[in-house]
Design a protein around this ligand. Structure first.
Ligand code: HEC
Ligand code: HEC
Length: 318
């Protein structure tokens, strides 16, 4: 091609692109702000965090900066807002019972903590919406105000130590634990598995340790943790926190142990994981019937993009 023809073709293309760009501005899906019927009931500092980071998508008070009004960005944001309102709408959940509102906030904190919300593609362009460590603390404090540590008590301490000793030394043969109501059998040896993590103080009165079986630990070493391979098992054991005379926190009485077992086919109805929980020192299977697992799946749903697993391996194991 001669240089003159090339230049002409190029200018045609630019004109076509410009005309196209202007034309798409007229394709505008509607984005209304319906009336705020029942805003979430929460203290002002909590609402401030939600307003700053979440309301643009999860409320009827969406405010878009000018650059979001330009297609095609406008289309993406509109679709996000529509989808987000369907999941959680802070302008409408105030009519629910207080406990349910807190339940939704709990899920919201989980999402934010995992870095799943606000949507990362959104905060990249709207850095003001990023949720900071202080913001998270505000939300957590509201859901779970820090409570005074339980007072030391010698009798309880001795009882807990005896219990812990028994837990450590219990042999599989000694345990005659009934299977869970969905048929999953107890794993007596989880105490010997590797510790994956201990959980933070979000819930301040329990101490939780998360263990992984050999398949889980190999998957971590090989960086195959999303999805986790078939046969992965996690155990999460919980104790009441006990503070000794020196102010050190240690395990008090045993509360429960829970398991998640990966098998996408066998446990297809619960999103690829089998769930089981045994409560108390007598390890009583949890739940009224096999449907108890829906409760587990529901609360693990916010981390579905992480194969339904909350815990990240401790630094150094990866
Ligand atoms: C850019 C828009 C946008 C912003 C800002 C945003 N979200 Fe979302 N959110 C979405 C979309 C879209 C969905 C539904 C699809 C999904 O889960 O990815 C959603 C889903 C959710 C869900 C439901 C998850 C589920 O599976 O049911 C929760 C909870 C949530 N967001 C909390 C928050 C919180 C808390 C904030 C603020 C810290 C926030 N979001 C900010 C777009 C947004
Ligand atoms: C109220 C929400 C909630 C419910 C209900 C719930 N979980 Fe979890 N689960 C969590 C959170 C949050 C973690 C992360 C560790 C932590 O904070 O203790 C977790 C962690 C776990 C882990 C360790 C692996 C991981 O994902 O980090 C297992 C195993 C587990 N849960 C099993 C269960 C079983 C079994 C049930 C149902 C009987 C259940 N969970 C119900 C919130 C929940």
């Amino acid at each position: 091609m001669e240089p003159r023809t090339t230049a002409r073709t190029l200018s045609y293309l630019i004109v076509i692109a410009l005309v196209g760009f202007v034309a798409i501005q007229f394709v505008r899906p509607r984005l209304d702000n319906p009336p705020v019927t029942a805003e979430i009931q929460a203290p002002p500092e909590v609402k401030r965090v939600l307003k700053n980071s979440c309301y643009d998508c999860h409320s009827n008070e969406t405010r878009l900066p000018w650059f979001d009004h330009v297609a095609p960005a406008y289309w993406l944001v509109t679709a996000d807002v529509e989808e987000a309102r369907k999941h959680v709408n802070f302008s409408e959940i105030g009519k629910l019972p207080a406990a349910q509102q807190k339940g939704i906030l709990y899920e919201a904190v989980n999402q934010a903590q995992m870095g799943a919300m606000p949507l990362p593609r959104y905060t990249m362009i709207h850095p003001h919406a990023r949720i900071t460590a202080e913001d998270l603390a505000v939300l957590k404090n509201y859901l779970n105000p820090p409570a005074p540590a339980p007072a030391p008590d010698d009798a309880a301490k001795v009882a807990a130590d005896t219990q812990y000793d028994k837990w450590i030394h219990a042999s599989s043969a000694m345990l005659n634990v009934q299977p869970e109501l969905n048929g999953i059998r107890y794993f007596p040896d989880y105490r010997n598995w590797k510790v994956l993590s201990t959980t933070d103080r979000f819930d301040n009165h329990t101490l939780r340790i998360i263990f992984g079986n050999d398949i889980a630990m190999r998957a971590i070493a090989e960086h195959h943790i999303n999805p986790w391979p078939k046969g992965t098992v996690f155990a999460k054991a919980a104790w009441a926190q006990q503070v000794d005379a020196n102010g050190d926190t240690k395990t008090g009485s045993f509360i429960q142990v829970e398991f998640m077992i990966k098998d996408s086919e066998k446990y297809a109805s619960t999103k690829g994981w089998g769930y089981a929980r045994w409560r108390g020192t007598d390890l009583k299977p949890y739940g009224k019937d096999a449907d108890f697992a829906n409760e587990c799946v529901g609360c693990h749903n916010p981390v579905r993009h992480n194969d339904y697993v909350y815990s990240f391996p401790l630094a150094g194991q990866q």
